[in-house]
Design a protein around this ligand. Structure first.
Ligand SMILES: [Zn+2]
Length: 213
């Protein structure tokens, strides 16, 4: 992804969906022009510019005020593909990030954000279904109701009906509750139903059960 001949370049997609020009270890943002395009370095304050026509650089102007960052273009491409994968698949984040990271050069790997940041970026792309307005409309896909650590989170569902009761928790949460002498219940009423939370006192600190940890 990083190979460039003397005057050719690669266009990559930024996090905001705009095109960036990648050339010789630097990234440039489109500045102006139609047939002849002017691109400015994406580092704030840097005066370096590139002028291109079609797929060729015809002029370079200004000097970079910072070193090259080989692999930055790969990271930009990888992030774009990762967001796309997050939107379009249900792939496990660890698997998706691991596969895509393994394709990067060592210099690109050194520029990657940490695993947690990549995971959050991936998960943010997932489109949630519209909120149901009644218990009858509430469709639960038990197989896909999981905690962040991939444990089942739908503990009980009495079935569709006006008095439906659904409990979100995992087995460990319930066992955790049974170990506590004090349970505190709290809840809110939103739309057509109540959300209730149970908290318990354990090891001198209060924890929320169910939790999504
Ligand atoms: Zn620059």
């Amino acid at each position: 992804m990083s190979a460039n001949s003397d005057t050719s370049f690669q266009i990559v997609k930024s996090s905001k969906g705009t095109n960036k020009l990648s050339y010789d270890g630097y990234l440039y943002i489109f500045h102006r022009g139609a047939i002849k395009k002017e691109w400015r370095c994406d580092v704030r304050g840097c005066k370096a510019r590139i002028h291109s026509v079609d797929e060729t650089i015809i002029k370079k102007s200004g000097k970079h005020s910072h070193p090259q960052e080989y692999g930055k273009d790969e990271v930009t491409v990888m992030k774009d593909l990762l967001r796309k994968r997050g939107r379009e698949t249900n792939d496990n984040p660890h698997v998706a990030i691991g596969e895509m990271t393994s394709l990067l050069s060592e210099s690109a790997k050194s520029l990657l954000p940490n695993q947690h940041a990549l995971k959050m970026m991936y998960k943010r792309q997932r489109v949630a279904p519209p909120n149901p307005v009644s218990l009858e409309e509430l469709q639960l896909d038990a197989e896909n109701i999981k905690t962040f650590s991939n444990r089942n989170f739908l503990f009980y569902d009495s079935g569709i009906g006006p008095d439906r009761i659904v409990i979100f928790a995992n087995k460990e949460n319930i066992e955790f509750l049974t170990m506590s002498k004090i349970w505190l219940a709290d809840g809110t009423k939103r739309w057509q139903w109540h959300h209730n939370f149970v908290r318990c006192e354990f090891s001198s600190k209060t924890q929320t059960c169910p939790s999504q940890a």
